[in-house]
Design a protein around this ligand. Structure first.
Ligand code: GSH
Length: 214
């Protein structure tokens, strides 16, 4: 039985897991089970108490419940790619940038997206998110990728979240001063890699024929 990936097409955490799997693992290495968050399958809840997506259940039964762990696992199967995407010299910088994305930026993103559920105005949360956009744009002013002239794990882990931020008010984002960031995001959105991980699958049900990925 191959590894099983519980995924949700539009979730940025699941996107980053699918990106890393698609980049590193051989064709059809995992069985993909599309989850609907308000109707999570029992087999997911049974292996993961918190039952967030993505979850990867490895062949020998070990369960990875964090998107970053799934990315690191995918890289660990391909030391040649690991050296490019997560070189020792940049390891700490890459992981700390991803940490800011998953922390302060995600905090602002959730509130910017659903401002009516929170205390402050949408503009307030957007400004908080802009601190990160600004920092990313600065990095991209002189280089094609976040860590320099080579793509790295940081690009793959972060762009699904910038995509979501941009989608809240596309007009605003496209007219913003973050020209290098817009170009970087457009590059990723148009990439074969991204397009290939955004295939639509119906909700997985117990007993369905397996769907393999990538
Ligand atoms: N820290 C987790 C976060 C994953 C996460 O929060 N995923 C969301 C979907 S985007 C989810 O599953 N939420 C659970 C729910 O809505 O019940 C990771 O990196 O994998």
């Amino acid at each position: 039985m191959p590894a099983i990936l519980y995924s949700f097409r539009r979730c940025p955490y699941a996107m980053r897991a699918r990106l890393a799997i698609s980049y590193c693992l051989p064709k059809q290495a995992v069985e993909l089970r599309e989850v609907v968050l308000r109707d999570k399958p029992a087999s997911l809840i049974n292996i993961s108490h918190k039952a967030t997506v993505p979850v990867l259940q490895l062949e020998e039964g070990h369960v990875l419940e964090e998107s970053l762990d799934i990315m690191l696992y995918a890289l660990s199967t391909r030391p040649d790619l690991e050296q490019v995407l997560l070189p020792d010299s940049l390891n700490a910088d890459i992981l700390s940038l991803i940490k800011v994305n998953d922390g302060d930026f995600k905090w602002a993103l959730d509130r910017y997206k659903y401002a009516d559920r929170y205390e402050q105005s949408q503009a307030y949360y957007r400004e908080k998110g802009e601190l990160f956009l600004d920092a990313l744009n600065e990095r991209l002013n002189n280089h094609c990728y976040l860590m320099g002239d080579e793509m790295s794990l940081a690009d793959l882990a972060i762009f699904p979240f910038v995509r979501q931020f941009a989608h809240v008010d596309k007009q605003w984002f496209e007219a913003s001063q973050y020209t290098a960031l817009i170009q970087w995001l457009n590059h990723w959105l148009a990439s074969d890699l991204f397009i290939s991980i955004m295939t639509k699958y119906p909700q997985w049900q117990e007993g369905d024929e397996p769907v393999y990925f990538p």
